[in-house]
Write a protein that binds this ligand. Structure first.
Ligand code: HAH
Length: 332
């Protein structure tokens, strides 16, 4: 059993909740870490469209309900992730009876029914939703990601519809637009434009989710700060929704390491310290900081962007022991 350091979420109680994503398995395998260090939980996969609504008349709430029960039992917040995304959908959603693409009105009805059912089910238990995930284009002149069945079938107003349906189902939930590469200047400006447009139309949106899938070299502190400033100027809350800090630059596909080098660990410690100092500086606007994993033994980066390679991106090691980075972000 790993020795318990001072509780991360208790240390940050005056700033923002500290979260992690969880899986059905990690509720057991990482229970001690979850209880001691995190006070906000996000289902990594089981509130996504495919898993939770696999067939037109079939909802599978079992796993997400277990997470919500666990959170209730232990006094943890739950972030809802995610209602409308171009990935991890059930194929039926976009198909008509003949196997072709469904028409706009039918897809809007399906979206409404899906959102109403899921959001009502978790009303009062899930305090905020990533309503739309990753709708902005990574590069090029287009504002929106072109390869999305939601955009292709419904058109650009799929975004505002999703927020309106969610708000109707739970008027108390905080509603977020969530995306990655959120601190990269070109994409940052597009996310800003999108959310600004939604706000001007009176769409019920309360926040921007910064996924924060970063690494020890990128993005610069200046770019992160500029993104926080720009998004905050819209008068919305910011959640850091999926934080991890890979020891590899994104284009570095090396697979020769069985543990991170001392230099990587040192850089990671420094970066964690700087990033959390920045988050604390903006604690008036940053209202949740969630990691995309509780410890280095299991994270989505084990298979992205290189299958079967560890990235050691979190604050706890593969044995669930605090890395030196933990102490660094507790010094204030
Ligand atoms: C995130 N996408 C998703 O929001 C989350 O639901 C998933 O579990 C992991 C990461 C980040 C991403 C991606 O999936 C593919 C390419 C770039 C970024």
């Amino acid at each position: 059993m790993a020795e318990l350091a001072q509780s991360l979420y208790r240390k940050y109680a005056g700033h923002f909740p500290i979260g992690t994503c969880v899986s059905p398995r990690s509720l057991e395998t990482h229970k001690e870490l979850l209880l001691h260090h995190y006070n906000s939980l996000t289902s990594e996969n089981h509130m996504k469209f495919g898993p939770i609504h696999p067939a037109p008349d079939t909802y599978n709430f079992t796993e997400a309900d277990r997470l919500v029960a666990f959170a209730k039992e232990h006094g943890k917040l739950v972030r809802g992730h995610t209602l409308v995304w171009h990935n991890q959908n059930a194929p039926w959603v976009f198909q008509d009876a003949a196997g072709g693409l469904v028409d706009r009105d039918t897809l809007l009805k399906r979206m409404e029914e899906h959102i109403r059912t899921v959001v009502s089910h978790y009303r009062g238990s899930v305090y905020c939703w990533d309503v739309v995930n990753e709708a902005v284009a990574d590069s090029g002149p287009e504002l929106l990601r072109q390869k999305s069945p939601w955009l292709e079938i419904i058109g650009p107003d799929f975004i505002e519809k999703a927020f309106e349906f969610t708000h109707a189902a739970d008027p108390d939930a905080l509603l977020f637009y969530n995306d990655y590469n959120e601190s990269q200047p070109d994409k940052r400006d597009k996310i800003y434009q999108l959310v600004k447009g939604l706000k001007e139309k009176g769409v019920p949106i309360h926040g921007i989710g910064l996924q924060a899938h970063w690494n020890i070299y990128w993005p610069s502190l200046d770019d992160i700060r500029a993104a926080i400033e720009l998004y905050a100027s819209l008068g919305v809350q910011l959640h850091v929704t999926e934080l991890d800090l890979s020891v590899f630059a994104f284009d570095d596909r090396r697979t020769d390491l069985s543990e991170p080098t001392a230099e990587m660990m040192e850089l990671q410690e420094e970066r964690f310290e700087q990033i959390f100092a920045l988050f604390r500086e903006y604690a008036g606007v940053i209202t949740n900081v969630t990691f995309w994993g509780a410890a280095d033994d299991t994270t989505w980066l084990d298979n992205f962007p290189v299958r079967g390679r560890k990235n050691w991106p979190l604050l706890f090691d593969t044995q669930h022991r605090p890395k030196p980075a933990l102490a660094r972000i507790m010094q204030f």
